[in-house]
Design a protein around this ligand. Structure first.
Ligand SMILES: Nc1ncnc2c1ncn2[C@@H]1O[C@H](COP(=O)(O)OP(=O)(O)OP(=O)(O)O)[C@@H](O)[C@H]1O
Length: 549
């Protein structure tokens, strides 16, 4: 239960669980944290927001012992502590749920919970203890999960639950969550919030990093705003509005709604005919998917992650061939017998912002300039068609630009400036950019090819609110220049605000199409869950579904 003291007026006050004082940390010339102060009361949920690269992850990584601060002090429960490693953080009751889960996929939940937890002489006794403890934690915090399930069989939301359980099992009373909802469905986010509320009720202190202001408003008690390595505000959430927070973060007013204008779709650009594919163990991933895309429109694909959207993007990007069915683009039919790889499709005018930027968007140990070169590095002579010669903004670099480091750096610097990538240094190693800046790097590269079709997966995952405004505007302008954009996003709000048409996927199939004007969260949510909106007790008459065109 939450302990509390009384202040001189006799009011109950919560003691400070975390107090960071004058924390500074530099990476070379980049001052990631500069004299940062943060005080979080016990049993509170405290949000930390800030632009990409503001220093949020660095700060919590220092608290979790992943980085050592250059200077500053950390107090936990009023005691000055020295946190030189994650083991020391755990010993001080601090747990962290990372953006990329740290679980062994082919181990069970129980095995993952026990992993690295030493001190038991006999493994079977330890397992009995862990199972009982897990049950207690599940009951106390509403964290139900089957201890014998393999991690790889669990949906993302449950995997995250295991991460939370793992931290609690190690005695965490302070829990750090770094952008925990980026990979969750809206339903999973709701469930996470219920769990966080239960944890708070039991006195657990939570530090919650997010870019989503609605989450700050929904779940936090207090919030701190970082900008360029410094803390610029500490506020009670109840006293602020999302617009004020956005302005504090970015230092200017931010347009929270997309400035969407009506599309003027042109000719058919791509036709997908009965596309299907299966996974390694034969399970259907994409099931008889057909649709057409026209130039000058944004088509959103709404769906719970794992319902075929990623496979669809992979096929259209040439990363894998369809097993059956075909698609036609720029006069070429692509099917299992006539596959085209990513380079050839790129030459035909398809650009791709992959969902997983770390695995497919950049090479982590490349410099920014080298990551900016990806997909442009082959001089394919006569395979380079008129599209490239006419449209690409990089043709001014000449045929051998990829061999000329100075031209490459200049090209990269221009793109970085246009997309406000920070730091704007072409030599900076890709891994060392903050997540949102890595995303901007990929978008800058792909949009600069002036594609006729842009495949884009999760364009604003981990991106700050000012950059989202910018990216959305870039996508709309690209559409207005005649590009067709196929947008996959777990953010239903993003799908609804950007798309001219929405295709809904469930279980590998397109289960319906909704026009922009008819799209609402409830209708789409039901279709995504495989329920026909007509069967809902309170059907929205404005919504309609239909067969894919
Ligand atoms: N290991 C590192 N080496 C060099 N620079 C780094 C390293 N880690 C972070 N940085 C830099 O420190 C700054 C702060 O990064 P940090 O990841 O803390 O930002 P953030 O606020 O969490 O951003 P985002 O919202 O994009 O995740 C950035 O400029 C980043 O490029």
């Amino acid at each position: 239960m939450t302990q509390s003291n009384k202040n001189p007026s006799g009011e109950h006050i919560s003691p400070l669980a975390v107090e960071l004082s004058d924390i500074s940390k530099a990476f070379g010339t980049v001052r990631a944290n500069e004299k940062v102060n943060l005080a979080v009361k016990q049993g509170h949920i405290h949000g930390i927001i800030g632009e990409n690269g503001a220093g949020k992850s660095t700060l919590v990584s220092i608290l979790y012992g992943f980085y050592r601060a250059d200077s500053g002090r950390i107090s936990i429960d009023g005691n000055l502590v020295n946190i030189g490693s994650s083991a020391a953080a755990i010993a001080n009751g601090i747990g962290m749920v990372h953006q990329h889960f740290m679980l062994v996929p082919n181990f069970t939940v129980l095995e993952n919970i026990m992993l690295g937890h030493e001190g038991y002489a006999q493994l079977d006794k330890a397992a009995i203890h862990a199972r009982a403890e897990l049950q207690t934690l599940s009951d106390t915090y509403g964290l139900a999960v089957d201890p014998d399930s393999l991690i790889e069989d669990l949906p993302v939301g449950l995997q995250q639950r295991v991460e939370i359980l793992k931290a609690l099992f190690r005695g965490a009373r302070i829990l750090i969550l770094d952008e925990p909802t980026g990979v969750l469905t809206p339903q999973e986010t709701d469930q996470l919030f219920e769990i966080l509320n239960a944890l708070r009720d039991q006195g657990v202190t939570i530090l919650f990093i997010t870019h989503k202001l609605r989450e700050i408003m929904a779940i936090t008690d207090t919030v701190s705003v970082m900008r360029q390595g410094q803390m610029v505000a500490h506020l009670d959430t109840a006293s602020v509005t999302p617009a004020t927070l956005a302005e504090l973060m970015v230092g200017r007013k931010v347009l929270l709604d997309v400035n969407h204008t009506a599309a003027t779709p042109g000719d058919i650009l791509l036709t997908a005919n009965h596309l299907s594919c299966a996974g390694d163990s034969g399970e259907t991933q994409l099931d008889d998917v057909s649709f057409t895309l026209r130039s000058g429109e944004i088509i959103g694909i709404a769906g719970v992650s794992g319902n075929g959207q990623s496979e669809l993007l992979d096929i259209l990007a040439g990363i894998r061939p369809p097993q059956s069915g075909s698609f036609t683009f720029a006069g070429q039919q692509i099917d299992a017998a006539h596959p085209l790889g990513p380079a050839s499709l790129r030459d035909l005018g398809i650009a791709h912002v992959p969902e997983d930027r770390h695995r497919r968007g950049i090479v982590l140990n490349f410099s920014a300039a080298e990551s900016m070169l990806l997909g442009h590095s082959e001089n394919r002579g006569d395979h380079r068609d008129a599209h490239i010669a006419n449209n690409r903004s990089d043709h001014d670099l000449g045929d051998s630009w990829w061999l000329d480091p100075q031209k490459l750096a200049a090209h990269c610097a221009t793109r970085m400036q246009a997309f406000d990538v920070r730091p704007p240094d072409p030599d900076y190693i890709s891994a060392n950019f903050s997540g949102g800046n890595q995303q901007k790097l990929v978008l800058a590269r792909e949009i600069s090819t002036e594609p006729s079709l842009l495949l884009v997966g999760q364009p604003t995952r981990g991106v700050d609110i000012g950059a989202i405004e910018f990216i959305h505007q870039q996508l709309i302008e690209l559409r207005n220049r005649g590009c067709c954009i196929l947008l996959v996003s777990v953010e239903l709000e993003e799908i609804m605000s950007l798309s001219d048409r929405i295709l809904v996927m469930n279980n590998g199939s397109i289960v319906g199409e909704v026009a922009r004007a008819d799209a609402d969260e409830r209708t789409l949510g039901m279709m995504m869950a495989g329920i026909a909106p007509d069967n809902a007790p309170d059907t929205n008459p404005a919504s309609k579904t239909g067969q894919p065109s």
